[in-house]
Write a protein that binds this ligand. Structure first.
Ligand code: HEC
Ligand code: HEC
Ligand code: HEC
Ligand code: HEC
Ligand code: HEC
Ligand code: HEC
Ligand code: HEC
Ligand code: HEC
Ligand code: HEC
Ligand code: HEC
Ligand code: HEC
Length: 419
């Protein structure tokens, strides 16, 4: 059915001169006959020329019977990466007019086998009606990935993925987090969207493009075992520090209980670590695994200060231990090794000296071998407390028994006696 009403199939054919023939000499007649024969044997090819399809479809307001837009922006198509292709290179079942009302879906795989294979094996294999245009946008307006008009230009990627991953209903349906808005508020999202920083992490930097897998898949760059390498592809210096610390070493040796970048920084809500909001919430980050040190830290002045009114300047775990090259206290390179304490505490306590650093940041009165004095003081105080309590309990009991006996002796109630 023709909605635009400007064209009929016959007119298209005449424009192409397929049925035209001219009189002339026999030779000319022969030649013309041969040409006509040739042309008539190739009418489908002739019709498949862009101009032929566009003679109808370049009307951008053109609609099909159901009201769906079937117009093509011809200048945009010709400037696109596929601009030199013929319409039928993709719409391989449309060669003529009238053509099928609903031609077969275009198979990008015929020319892009690698990408198609990668998508087929990815989490997105069944994510949408057209596996390719869901990210690349309108098939007639695809630009090279380095062109700012491309849907997969680095700065456009978050928005492209966000069309689905910023969608509440989809997040609920698949039980996924709605990561888009969280990411946009992060340092990376800010750098991409506000600073236009091409080298900042967009979704693809961490997830890949066509071969995106669940983070549970060991091959995924977002799998715990691969996170240091993924973040480290940009943060090379930090990765090197992390790998030479105890956490990185434990990870490398397969201890999945050790933290990776995202355990401390999160994946999508990454903040500038100097921000108050990061410093204020980060003690529990180390403390979630080091419960004992967390508990003892909680008892100290540094933590109490941090809790009272959210004082940002106080010592957080990493102010003493470092954040990435975290080492055991027994390692002479550790900032909490005895020999380094004056320097470490001195970052904030300008007058720190040998006696000042005697102060124990993890004083634990319950541990005799680590803190003998505190242990015995606590033991003594507890004994004192319990013996006093015990004395009074016994005293009260004896008193009670005695008064009962007296009551029995007098043969009357306590109240009566008082009266
Ligand atoms: C004479 C005008 C005309 C020509 C020439 C023409 N088409 Fe169409 N085309 C239409 C109309 C009208 C529709 C709307 C569908 C319908 O209702 O039949 C349409 C629809 C389509 C659709 C969409 C069908 C759908 O699923 O919604 C495709 C794809 C298409 N044409 C491709 C082509 C290609 C490729 C060529 C060139 C080989 C071409 N057309 C030539 C008129 C034309
Ligand atoms: C790179 C491949 C490619 C080329 C080249 C191409 N198309 Fe398409 N076209 C598609 C895809 C993909 C769709 C979406 C529907 C589908 O999956 O089949 C589409 C859809 C259409 C539609 C339906 C309306 C729409 O936007 O969904 C029309 C009409 C159409 N194409 C016409 C043309 C015409 C005319 C040309 C030549 C100027 C052309 N196409 C060239 C891939 C292509
Ligand atoms: C989940 C989103 C997504 C889907 C779905 C998707 N792509 Fe891509 N595609 C991308 C991104 C992102 C890039 C940019 C890659 C880069 O910069 O290295 C890209 C780049 C490309 C490139 C350029 C490759 C290069 O290295 O130059 C081609 C070709 C391509 N895609 C084809 C396809 C085809 C074909 C399909 C369907 C089978 C498809 N894409 C589906 C996101 C997607
Ligand atoms: C008939 C073959 C053919 C079909 C079908 C085809 N393409 Fe292409 N595509 C090409 C060619 C040729 C290029 C240009 C390659 C180049 O310049 O290196 C290209 C380039 C691309 C690029 C840009 C790569 C870059 O440099 O960033 C993307 C993205 C892409 N195609 C996606 C698609 C999608 C999506 C489909 C299906 C809707 C599709 N192609 C269908 C032939 C095809
Ligand atoms: C800095 C790296 C990084 C960036 C940038 C990033 N992600 Fe992630 N993403 C991850 C990691 C790592 C995981 C694995 C789960 C986790 O650690 O929270 C993940 C998990 C996911 C999940 C699965 C969540 C779930 O509930 O299982 C989705 C969906 C997702 N990312 C989409 C996106 C989208 C969309 C963007 C861009 C807007 C994006 N990611 C940007 C690293 C990143
Ligand atoms: C057409 C909508 C759509 C687009 C566009 C899209 N996704 Fe998805 N994505 C989904 C759906 C639906 C799922 C859930 C699939 C499932 O669980 O079967 C999903 C799942 C994911 C997961 C989950 C993996 C996990 O850990 O469980 C990640 C990561 C992801 N997408 C990243 C991206 C990135 C990055 C982009 C952009 C390059 C993107 N998606 C674009 C629809 C989309
Ligand atoms: C594609 C490169 C790239 C990847 C991959 C990447 N980042 Fe970043 N990241 C950047 C850039 C660039 C900045 C600086 C942004 C700015 O300053 O505006 C940054 C900033 C940061 C900051 C803030 C630094 C500061 O001094 O304020 C943290 C923390 C961070 N990234 C952590 C991570 C983590 C964790 C991962 C992995 C889950 C990761 N990044 C993956 C490029 C990347
Ligand atoms: C054990 C928790 C933890 C782990 C694991 C961790 N970080 Fe950090 N990171 C921090 C803390 C805490 C800070 C703040 C340091 C400060 O303010 O002195 C920080 C700071 C940063 C910064 C800002 C620049 C700097 O050096 O201060 C970047 C970038 C960064 N981390 C990236 C990463 C990357 C990439 C990884 C993985 C290779 C990683 N982090 C692993 C806790 C961690
Ligand atoms: C995801 C859990 C986890 C997080 C988060 C974590 N750690 Fe660890 N940490 C470990 C594991 C596992 C080890 C190595 C096993 C062990 O010896 O306890 C370790 C070892 C250490 C050691 C050396 C202890 C020793 O006995 O050798 C120090 C010091 C340390 N972590 C400090 C920190 C600090 C400071 C932070 C926060 C910036 C932090 N950790 C965050 C799990 C974690
Ligand atoms: C004011 C500085 C300071 C702060 C803040 C601090 N620590 Fe410590 N930490 C030390 C010192 C000094 C030692 C070594 C002496 C000791 O064990 O008491 C130590 C020891 C440790 C050890 C044992 C290391 C080993 O090799 O045995 C772990 C684990 C640890 N701290 C974790 C944490 C965590 C987690 C936090 C935050 C909740 C934290 N620390 C806060 C200074 C600090
Ligand atoms: C990140 C900065 C920072 C670091 C590092 C730090 N402190 Fe503190 N500390 C503070 C702040 C802030 C206060 C509260 C203000 C004050 O009294 O100076 C405080 C208070 C104290 C107090 C109680 C008040 C006082 O001054 O007597 C002691 C004791 C103390 N720190 C010991 C230490 C020791 C020992 C170390 C090294 C193992 C250390 N601190 C490392 C910031 C820090």
């Amino acid at each position: 059915m023709l909605v635009s009403g400007r064209f009929v199939a016959g007119a298209v054919k005449q424009d192409n001169g397929l049925s035209a023939s001219r009189p002339g000499s026999r030779g000319r007649m022969l030649l013309a006959g041969l040409v006509a024969l040739l042309l008539l044997s190739l009418p489908r090819v002739m019709l498949a020329k862009d101009a032929d399809c566009l003679s109808c479809h370049s009307d951008k307001t053109m609609q099909d019977a159901s009201g769906k837009n079937v117009g093509v922006d011809a200048p945009l198509f010709h400037s696109s990466v596929h601009g030199s292709l013929g319409c039928s290179d993709c719409h391989s079942d449309v060669h003529d007019y009238p053509h099928p009302e609903h031609p077969a879906a275009v198979q990008c795989v015929t020319c892009h086998a690698d990408e198609s294979k990668a998508i087929a094996g990815s989490i997105h294999a069944k994510a949408s009606t057209h596996p390719c245009t869901s990210c690349h946008g309108n098939a007639h307006e695809i630009f090279p990935k380095g062109d700012p008009r491309s849907a997969v230009y680095p700065l456009n990627i978050p928005k492209t993925c966000g069309t689905c991953h910023g969608n509440r209903a989809l997040a609920q349906k698949y039980g996924l987090e709605n990561v888009y808005s969280v990411y946009m508020d992060s340092i990376h999202g800010y750098a991409v969207s506000k600073e236009g920083l091409l080298v900042a992490a967009n979704c693809m930097s961490c997830h890949g493009s066509h071969n995106i897998l669940s983070h549970k898949d060991p091959r995924s760059p977002t799998n715990k075992a691969n996170i240091a390498a993924t973040c480290g592809s940009c943060h090379g210096g930090v990765k090197a520090q992390y790998m030479s610390g105890v956490h990185g070493k434990q990870m490398a040796s397969g201890n999945m209980k050790a933290p990776v970048c995202t355990d401390c920084h999160t994946a999508h809500a990454i903040l500038e670590p100097t921000l108050a909001s990061f410093r204020m919430q980060s003690t529990p980050i180390c403390g979630s695994c080091h419960k004992e040190q967390m508990a003892t830290y909680r008892d100290t002045f540094h933590s109490q200060l941090g809790l009272l009114g959210g004082y940002v300047q106080t010592a957080r775990c990493w102010d003493c231990h470092g954040a990435h090259e975290v080492l055991p206290a027994s390692d002479p390179r550790s900032p909490v090794a005895k020999a380094n304490l004056i320097k470490t505490c001195g970052k904030c306590h300008a007058d720190a000296n040998a006696s000042f650093v005697e102060y124990q940041p993890h004083a634990n009165p319950r541990n005799r071998s680590l803190n003998p004095e505190l242990y015995y003081i606590r033991l003594f105080m507890n004994l004192l407390l319990w013996s006093v309590l015990g004395f009074f309990a016994l005293h009260t009991l004896l008193w009670f028994i005695r008064s009962k006996r007296e009551q029995e002796k007098n043969g009357s109630t306590g109240e009566a006696k008082h009266d």
